[in-house]
Design a protein around this ligand. Structure first.
Ligand code: ME8
Length: 640
């Protein structure tokens, strides 16, 4: 039976960050697990969402045509997924002519069935989110991103979404697992219960999009265009409908409301499940390109390996809920659970087989470990089946700890010294190796690269990918099997240098991405202007301190300025006016830690006192980016 799953089709107005990697890693893990469950073929689609005003503007800013720009960024997404070993089968780009064809085909089917009409629309539009903001008045900010909305009047084609309200409610009722997890289903349900408005699905104000049949001056609204990419990827195959759309929670309404309605209107089958996972947070805020608080996955892969990040993301965060990323937590889990846990058990077990049995797996058994292993197979499979990765991994670690304890109790190093304990030693070694084999098979969807290494060190003759969940059972490790070459799979990592290296690479990768997106000119470090040198005493005159933004608002009549209240651990918060309004929405700054120059003489700006300065970096013609910290640091701390 086939299984077709998708990730979102990512926007190309920013390069990939760890949030995109998170979804794609989860999708890859699900794909591998489904294969283990016996689905065949299992097909994963990912890709890039390339149309719309945001992309048009980004391309222009980069001095490229939209085609050149989107091709470069799409290639960067692909490169990242390839280097991460993520097994996508289709990479769909919405600028591909084959996709244009599918969109027009679907539109015409909806039109023929009477679900589309022509009308005109005047309203507020958020260019950043590509969304009309209902009920907003001119000048109102976008409720999602806080950026100012623009007033637009357009002749549009409308989709009769309102006509699908009842049918959607019935769908959620009859198929409670259509939207998962439950919290997201409830959110969609209460939204739809309020009634739906018709949806404008074409634009005349935008050029970079798919032209509407007959009316070439209209292009399709990006969400009508983007959702259909899931179908383009598998057109002319029997893979549709999708079994799963895996997405982040902020786009659940588009998937759970618009998409089924479009498909019904075109008489096409619906996807079976939509799973909206939570957000990856950094410094308590959603990690996102607009907030500028992103971490990239590439430096982590280069320093710690792809599996380290896969493990961390799927173990640390309860899938479906929000969770935080930090370098300390990443290295902490790696060292205690991968290096000291799985890695140590593997090398210990294999080394003992090498030492005491000449590298040949002995025959034997241990009832207690067999029982725990059998329970673990059931518990892990059950959890992974429900995408409860963290719970499934926890179950495997229960087995690993049981085996660790068992080895300590059995003390094979003592048994090996006693000739009458041969059989007991055989049993201890067999049980440990067999438990390791079971754990490795179960972990393979999450840790594919490392599990393949352990598998070959165990000397398993069949490929790891051929292990099916149904047939995975205790006792399949063959006595007499020769183990392979032993090597450490998860060497311990020294936190401080590793974090420093990742930070250094982060700066490098972000500079490379800025060049790719045309946000910064390519500069080599040597080319940076040297400037006059200062002494340490000169530097110490500048009092740099950690502050935390308590409130932020726009300054009337000044597009670039924000008025901030910043806590610097003094009796009163500081009032600071900063020229960062074009780069940051005020509400995105509240709670954020910043660096301020605390001893700058106060000055007046637009009638407001600015007592200090916020430190930000920028390149010629680019937007300012606030200086910040990857670890927590108390307010008021001095930078030296
Ligand atoms: O929304 N935490 O594209 P996008 C977790 N083009 N996941 C995150 C994340 C974070 N901080 N940041 C991003 C779009 N993601 C549309 C989709 S689909 C037909 C069109 C992941 O580039 C998560 O999967 O903004 C989220 O839904 C997606 O990237 C948004 O990617």
């Amino acid at each position: 039976m086939k299984y077709y799953l998708t990730t979102p089709i990512y926007y190309v107005n920013a390069a990939p960050h760890i949030g995109h990697t998170y979804t794609t890693i989860a999708a890859d893990a699900i794909k591998r697990f489904k294969r283990m469950q016996g689905f065949d073929p299992v097909v994963l689609t990912t890709g890039t969402d390339e149309h719309g005003q945001k992309v048009e503007r980004a391309a222009k800013a980069a001095g490229k045509t939209p085609e050149e720009f989107t091709t470069a960024v799409a290639a960067e997404f692909r490169r990242q997924w390839d280097e991460f070993g993520l097994q996508y089968d289709r990479f769909v780009r919405t600028s591909d002519p084959r996709h244009h064809e599918t969109v027009r085909w679907l539109f015409e089917r909806c039109m023929k069935n009477g679900h589309i009409y022509k009308g005109s629309y005047t309203g507020q539009y958020c260019v950043f989110d590509e969304l009309y903001v209902n009920e907003a008045k001119p000048g109102d900010p976008c409720p999602d991103c806080g950026r100012p909305t623009e007033t637009v009047t357009e002749e549009n084609y409308f989709f009769k979404l309102s006509a699908f309200t009842e049918r959607l409610l019935e769908l959620y009722e009859k198929q409670p697992d259509f939207i998962q997890p439950e919290s997201r289903r409830n959110e969609v349900l209460s939204f739809v219960k309020q009634g739906l408005n018709d949806l404008s699905i074409t634009r005349t104000t935008i050029k970079w999009g798919i032209p509407v049949p007959v009316e070439g001056h209209h292009v399709f609204y990006v969400w009508f265009d983007a959702l259909i990419a899931y179908m383009t990827a598998v057109k002319n195959t029997d893979l549709w409908p999708a079994d799963l759309h895996l997405i982040g929670k902020e786009i659940v309404r588009f998937h759970a409301i618009f998409w089924p309605a479009f498909l019904w209107a075109a008489d096409l089958p619906l996807p079976k499940h939509i799973y909206a996972h939570g957000w990856l947070l950094f410094e308590h805020d959603k990690m996102s390109k607009s907030r500028g608080n992103i971490v990239r996955a590439e430096p982590i892969r280069k320093v710690m390996g792809a599996d380290a990040l896969r493990y961390f993301l799927l173990r640390e965060i309860v899938f479906g809920q929000d969770g935080s990323f930090s370098y300390d937590a990443l290295i902490g889990r790696y060292n205690s659970e991968l290096a000291n846990g799985l890695g140590n058990l593997a090398s210990r077990t294999l080394t003992m087989i090498q030492q005491y049995r000449g590298g040949v797996v002995p025959a034997g058994n241990a009832q207690h470990i067999q029982k725990v292993a059998c329970e673990t197979i059931g518990a892990t499979a059950d959890a992974f089946y429900r995408f409860e990765f963290s719970k499934g991994l926890e179950a495997v670690w229960t087995l690993l700890s049981a085996v660790d304890k068992f080895i300590v109790e059995q003390a094979p190093w003592n048994l090996a010294k006693k000739p009458d304990c041969e059989a007991q030693l055989d049993s201890a070694l067999y049980a440990a190796a067999e438990a390791l084999r079971v754990a490795t098979a179960l972990l393979s969807p999450i840790l594919p690269e490392s599990c393949a290494k352990i598998w070959s060190q165990l000397g398993m003759p069949e490929p790891l990918e051929s292990v099916g969940l149904d047939s995975l059972a205790w006792g399949q490790l063959r006595a007499g099997q020769k183990i392979g070459q032993i090597a450490a799979v998860f060497p311990r990592i020294d936190a401080k240098p590793a974090i420093e290296k990742m930070r250094e690479l982060e700066t490098q990768v972000s500079a490379e991405q800025a060049v790719l997106l045309g946000k910064a000119p390519a500069v080599s470090p040597q080319a940076a202007p040297a400037g006059p040198q200062i002494t340490i005493d000169d530097f110490s005159k500048i009092e740099l301190r950690v502050g935390q933004v308590l409130s932020a608002e726009r300054v009337k009549g000044a597009d670039k300025l924000l008025h901030l209240k910043v806590d610097v651990a003094e009796a009163e918060p500081r009032s600071i006016v900063a020229g960062i309004a074009e780069a940051y929405a005020p509400e995105a700054l509240v709670g954020r830690k910043v660096v301020i120059v605390a001893n700058l003489a106060p000055r007046k700006l637009r009638g407001l006192t600015s007592n200090g300065m916020i430190v930000a970096a920028s390149v010629e013609g680019g937007k300012p980016v606030l200086a910040g910290f990857l670890e927590d640091i108390p307010v008021g701390a001095r930078l030296k």
